[in-house]
Every structure is written in structure tokens, then in C-alpha cells.
Design a protein around this ligand. Structure first.
Ligand code: NAP
Length: 683
């Protein structure tokens, strides 16, 4: 089988014989890979002019729904992905992380995109900034999609997840991608892309694929393109220094190597649950994906006093790991991705051995289940012990990208922190302790060196997602050696593919651009009570000014009795006067909000279906009895919930007193029926 490239809407076979790819399990040739003859400049043009243009026609919500459809479609093809994944050396569990993990990332971005982004083409970053005395000149940060291609270069260890975790945020942003998987496992990526293309779910030009080298692609990059790279630090450095990347300031995100640490607290002695949890997690992280995870635990930092016990327990646990044919259910750990990779890990262990001693794992004599140890890229889990880790640079810098980890003893917490930092920037670190004070000290001492930190104790371990799993909701990436990049993290990951622009102008202009009303902007007279309008009929800026209502002492007494809220400021004149904020009894905040609702609500059956909350409620001034309240209610933002029959409408609400001073301000959140839904309800 010769892998194909998907370029400019066509599947193209490389023009030369290409490089042979072999099965990790038995060395059998399974594919050849080549991108020879591909017109890379045309791919970039096509992404920018066709893919980008097509994608940007859709709103965030529409693109989010495409991700969901795509996830469902790929789910239907999981069986063939799993079968092929075995050739990469992956066990069923390993494939689950790669394949199901990748598909679930699409689902998560789909749902987050619809919940946390507007059904629009522009994303507003934070609230408006009021820049002038009279409020006629304001600022608003906005994000719009970058008008280039997203070039995704991935590592070999996660041929499916690696592609999808980058693709989901880029497509949601409205940016087309050119995917370049690592050659050794590109056959699985190619199959997944083939199924995506066949589905016809994505608009033309959204995704292209390079199987093989990237040729002169980098020479044609421009300032609107974004590169997201995952792989080794050396390659990242080379690519970041490409003259075109520098001269065009091409946005470059790198996820590179990491010597991730896991720390055992001094309280976690061998008789505690945390000790057992630590043994389990280290063993799992060393052996899942045969240790070929950028997030795997490479450095085991533990109190010197229990190092011997720890080594013994870890050796026992590692001794129980069955290595062999990953297709078999009774195998715990499969092969490394290729024979080259196996040789590379051997060399790195030899290098580490200059400063640490191998205490478990004999590569010259080990048994594999149902496979030939010579033909497959098998590697025995290997544990090292370094006696003087503070003065041993290699254990903090040499990454053996396989089932290899080193025990590093510490004497006190300061030393443990120092050891964590010696990794010079990691994707993730974990801390096993049931002492929250220790957790805080370790976190504050090491967070600046980590993209993610996880603290495990007996209370959260059962539901923990584990040390090594990047989650679509949380950022993935780390400082320094880890590449200095950041991916995922929910909507944060989408914004990497967008440009932030600080916009300045009048409230009305900015409201029109961002589709969110801004205080000081135009107030429309809706003609009827705005609650009588359907979602489509409502216009941003539709405003209701209510009549006024006086707050009496009886009202305050009644509210206190009725609700049971008899806080002294509402019930005890003398005590209330002693309070520096009040000059006598005041109305309850919730009384103000309730009266406001009584003033602005239109009671009859209508298209407003429900009030589902308020946001950003602030009480600006006390309300004394005798004060008179009135409300301004303005339609601020509309978000259609596609296919649900309703949309969310946010109302900017201000309650003011007889002196026109604002006493409370908040957003009222409602669900309003669409024309169609309203007509069907009334038919
Ligand atoms: P690598 O050799 O740096 O390759 C990474 C990617 O870069 C591959 O797709 C590779 O393609 C491509 N590449 C290499 N040279 C290139 C060039 N001149 N121009 C364009 N692309 C080029 O790394 P690897 O050996 O595949 O992966 C293992 C490393 O990745 C480990 O160090 C691991 O820690 C790191 N990693 C990090 C993360 C993370 O999220 N931080 C995740 C996984 C792995 P070819 O395969 O075709 O050469």
C-alpha cells in the first residue's frame, strides 16, 4: 500500500518509491510513504482561498455542529481504526487513548463551541472598556479567524488524537488545516483523513494531508498562517528558525519533549493509600503506549528514606507487566512504534546509565507474549535509580521515549521543588500527598515550570483522569523544554487560530459590529413590550423603560418575614446605622431584584419561555425605604440554539432610584421561542 496525500481536493500518490513503513509488531512492510511531486504552494493557496473562505461562511455554532457530525461519523469507523492501530504497537487500551480520545476531543469542542461561543462570526474578548468621560467612546477586544492555513505537524505516538486535538480548535475557529503526521505511523492518520473526506461533512478545502516530507511548504508561509508542532525539541528549534517563519512572524506553537516528574509526599509512607496510588500510576504511565507519551512520568521524585521500599514495589509491579503482541487481550504493553525507535531508546538508557543505575529491566533477556522479540520493537520496562539527582544533569535532560523512568530521592521539600524545576519546563507534573499544605508548597514552588499539575490523594484518585491524559478542557503545553506552547484548554485553544484586535469607537458602532449591546448605545423603541416578540423579531437594543415603584418600610418587613432573611441591616434600625455602609434600615438586594422583575415582566403567555438566571449582579447603592425604583431593560445579545426552537436572550438590566442613580445592574438571561416554535405552540 502506498499512502496518498490529499492536496487541492485530490488524492495524490507521491511520484517516487518513497520510504517503507513497517509493522511495529513483526517488522512486516505495511506501507510506503512519499509526498514527492506535491505542489505545496498550491496547497497553502487552496487552504487560504477555498478552505478558509468556505469555513468562514459558517458561524461558530454551525462549525461546532460539523465537529459533532464528524465525531459521530468517525465513531462508526472505529473498528477499522483499531485494527490498523495494532500495527503501531498499540494495545487496545493504547488505541482507546488515541482513537476514542481523539473522537471525544471533537465532541468536547463541539459542545464547548456551542455553549461558550456566540452563534456568530466574531468572538468578543471580555467586557467593553469605557474610555471616555461621557461614555461616547469605548473599546472592545474582538477575535476573528486568521486568514491563513493551520499547518499541523504531529508526532508518531498519537496518529489519531494528535491530528484531531489540533483539528478541532482550528476548524471551530474557521481556519483550514494542512495535516502532516509523523511518517512512521502515518498510515493510521491517512485512513482517518480518508474517512473524514468521504463523509463530505467538512466544506471543501478544510483539511489537506501530507504523507511524507513537507518539501518547500515553509518557503510559502505568510503572516496569516499558524504552525502547531508536536515532536522533539530539536525539530521544533529547526523549524522555528526557518527564515520565512521569522520574517513573516508566522505564529508557531510547539509541544516538545518533557521530563515530567511525579512527586511522592513525605506523608505518603508505604502504609498509606497515596503510596499504593503512586506505584499504580507510575507503572501505568511507564507502560501505557509503551512509555511513548510526551506526558509520561520520566522522573520519580520520592523521599530518600523510602526509596528502597519504593524501588522494590515498583519492580514488583513492573514485573507483572506482560509485554507482547498488542492484539492479545492478556498483553499489557505492546511494542515501540518502530525498530529505529527501539534502538533510540536503548541508546538513551545507555546514556542515562552514566549517572543512574538500572534497577529493573534486562533488555538482553526477556519474554514476549505471542511475538518474536527480534522482529518487533519490544522493550522491557526499565527503572533506574540515581543516587545524587541534584548533581546529575543527564537524568533531567535525557528523554528515553519509551517505558523508562528514574527514581530521584529527596531529603526535604525544597529539594523536591528544586528537582521538579531541573526538568526545565514540563507538560505535566503530579504530586501524591494527603497533606494539602505540602501540596500547596510543591505547587507554588513548581507551577511556573509546568503546563499542568495534578495533585492526587485518596479522595480524588478514584475519579482522577490520570497524570498522562491531556484533556480538551484543560491546557496542554508547558514552558521551556516542553516547547513554550499551549494547546487545548477549551476555547483558549480555539483563540490560538484567531487574531485579537482592540476595537475602539462609539458604543452603537461597536454593538453593531460585535452583536452585543453596550451601555450608551442606541436604545430602540420596540413598539410593543419586548416580551411579546419572538427570537427573530427581537432586535439588539430593543429597550423597555418601566414605571417607578416606591419601596416602603412595610415592603422590607414583609420581605424579611416572608423569606426569613432578617439580617439586621433590614430589620434593626439602630444596628443598621452602626454599619459604615448604611444610614438606617435598607431594602434587601433580592427585594430590589424581585421588584425589578415585577416592573419589567409582561405577565401574559408569550414567546419568552423561561428566565434561566442572572449574570454579574451587583448592588451599587443601598435602597432606603421611601426610595422609588425603575428599570431599564435592553436586549443585549441573542444566541440561537440551532434546531431547538428557541434562542437565548441576554437583557442588560439597570435599576435606578428617583435621583437616576443606579442601585443594581445585571444581565437577565431568558430563553425565547423562535417564530417557528411560537407558531407551532399557537396552532
Ligand atoms: P520529531 O522527529 O521531532 O518529529 C515530529 C514531527 O516533525 C514529525 O511529523 C516529523 O515528520 C516532523 N518533521 C521532522 N523534521 C521535519 C522538517 N524538517 N520539516 C517539517 N517537519 C519535520 O519527533 P518524533 O520522533 O516524531 O516524536 C517524538 C518526540 O515528540 C519526543 O521527544 C516526544 O517527547 C515529543 N512529543 C511531544 C508531545 C507533546 O505534546 N509535547 C507529544 C508527542 C510527542 P517525519 O516523521 O516525517 O520525520
Amino acid at each position: 500500500m502506498k499512502l496518498q496525500n490529499y492536496a487541492v481536493n485530490e488524492w495524490i500518490t507521491g511520484s517516487d518509491d518513497g520510504r517503507e513503513l513497517t509493522s511495529a509488531v513483526d517488522g512486516r512492510p505495511i506501507a510506503a510513504i512519499s509526498s514527492q511531486g506535491i505542489d505545496f504552494a498550491a496547497m497553502l493557496d487552496y487552504a487560504r482561498n477555498v478552505g478558509g473562505t468556505n469555513l468562514r461562511k459558517f458561524t461558530f455554532h454551525e462549525r461546532a455542529l460539523m465537529l459533532k457530525e464528524l465525531a459521530k461519523h468517525l465513531t462508526e469507523h472505529k473498528k477499522e481504526f483499531y485494527e490498523l492501530s495494532t500495527e503501531t504497537g498499540a494495545t487496545r487500551n493504547d488505541s482507546w487513548i488515541d482513537i476514542d480520545g481523539g473522537i471525544s476531543t471533537l465532541f468536547v469542542f463541539s459542545s464547548k463551541g456551542r455553549r461558550e461561543m456566540p452563534n456568530d462570526h466574531v468572538y468578543l474578548d471580555g467586557p467593553p472598556e469605557f474610555l471616555s468621560k461621557n461614555g461616547t467612546f469605548v473599546g472592545q477586544h474582538i477575535f476573528t479567524p486568521r486568514l491563513g492555513a493551520a499547518v499541523h505537524i504531529n508526532a508518531f505516538n498519537f496518529p489519531c488524537w494528535g491530528m484531531l486535538e489540533k483539528l478541532a480548535p482550528a476548524l471551530l475557529a474557521g481556519v483550514p488545516a494542512i495535516v502532516k503526521p509523523a511518517s512512521s505511523t502515518a498510515y493510521l492518520t491517512e485512513l482517518v483523513v480518508r474517512r473524514m473526506v468521504e463523509s463530505g461533512i467538512l466544506p471543501e478545502g478544510s483539511v489537506q494531508l501530507i504523507c511524507g516530507g513537507v518539501g518547500d511548504l515553509f518557503d510559502h508561509l505568510n503572516c496569516q498562517d499558524t504552525i502547531a508542532f508536536t515532536g522533539s525539541k530539536g525539530t521544533a528549534e529547526r523549524l522555528q528558525q526557518h527564515p520565512r517563519v521569522i520574517s513573516e512572524s508566522v505564529r508557531f506553537t510547539a509541544e516538545t519533549d518533557s521530563l515530567n516528574a511525579s512527586v511522592l509526599g513525605a506523608d505518603a509512607t508505604p502504609d498509606t493509600p497515596e503510596f499504593d496510588l503512586f506505584i499504580k500510576e507510575v507503572t501505568r504511565e511507564m507502560t501505557s503506549k509503551a512509555g511513548q507519551k510526551c506526558t509520561a512520568i520520566r522522573r520519580i521524585i520520592a523521599p530518600a528514606s523510602i526509596t528502597a521500599e519504593l524501588v522494590k514495589s515498583l519492580s514488583t509491579a513492573l514485573g507483572d507487566i506482560r509485554v507482547g503482541n498488542p492484539a492479545r487481550k492478556d498483553v499489557d504493553m505492546g511494542a515501540l512504534a518502530s525498530l529505529d525507535q527501539r534502538d533510540e531508546v536503548r541508546e538513551r538508557v545507555a546514556e542515562l546509565s552514566n549517572q543512574a543505575t538500572v534497577v529493573f529491566g534486562n533488555q538482553d533477556d526477556f519474554h514476549v507474549v505471542d511475538a518474536n522479540v527480534q522482529n518487533g520493537a519490544f522493550f522491557m520496562p526499565t527503572l533506574l535509580h540515581c543516587e545524587r539527582p541534584l548533581s546529575s544533569a543527564l537524568v533531567h535532560s535525557v528523554e528515553a521515549f519509551g517505558p523508562v523512568s528514574t527514581v530521584l530521592p529527596y531529603e526535604n521539600l525544597d529539594e523536591a521543588i528544586e528537582l521538579m524545576r531541573l526538568g526545565e519546563g514540563s507538560l505535566v507534573g503530579s504530586i501524591f500527598t494527603n497533606d494539602d499544605a505540602v501540596a500547596r508548597e510543591l505547587v507554588l514552588g513548581s507551577a511556573a515550570y509546568h503546563g499542568r499539575l495534578l495533585v492526587i490523594n485518596r479522595h480524588c484518585a478514584g475519579e482522577s483522569t490520570g497524570h498522562g491524559s491531556p484533556l480538551p478542557h484543560l491546557v496542554h503545553g508547558g514552558p521551556g523544554r516542553a516547547g513554550g506552547g499551549e494547546e487545548l484548554g477549551g476555547i483558549r485553544g480555539v483563540l490560538h487560530y484567531m487574531q485579537r484586535t482592540a476595537l475602539q469607537g462609539s458604543p452603537a458602532t461597536l454593538a453593531r459590529i460585535g452583536n452585543r449591546w453596550i451601555r450608551g448605545g442606541t436604545e430602540n423603541d420596540p413598539g410593543v413590550h419586548p416580551f411579546r416578540k419572538t427570537f427573530e423579531q427581537l432586535e439588539i437594543g430593543d429597550t423597555l423603560h418601566t414605571d417607578a415603584r416606591e419601596v416602603t418600610l412595610d415592603d422590607i418587613d414583609h420581605f424579611a418575614e416572608f423569606t426569613g432573611d432578617k439580617f439586621y441591616a433590614h430589620t434593626d434600625e439602630e444596628a443598621a446605622r452602626k454599619n459604615p455602609f448604611f444610614d438606617g434600615r435598607v431594602a434587601h438586594g433580592y427585594l430590589i431584584v424581585s421588584f425589578a422583575a415585577g416592573l419589567f415582566v409582561d405577565p401574559d403567555f408569550g414567546p419568552v419561555l423561561a428566565n434561566y438566571g442572572v449574570d454579574e449582579l451587583r448592588f451599587a447603592q443601598p435602597v432606603n425605604y421611601g426610595d422609588s425604583l425603575k428599570v431599564r431593560l435592553t436586549c443585549k445579545q441573542k444566541t440561537l440554539r440551532e434546531g431547538s426552537g428557541y434562542g437565548e436572550v441576554r437583557w442588560d438590566t439597570e435599576v435606578s432610584n428617583q435621583n437616576n442613580e443606579i442601585v443594581a445592574a445585571y444581565d437577565v438571561l431568558t430563553m425565547v421561542a423562535t417564530d417557528e416554535q411560537w407558531a407551532s405552540v399557537n396552532s
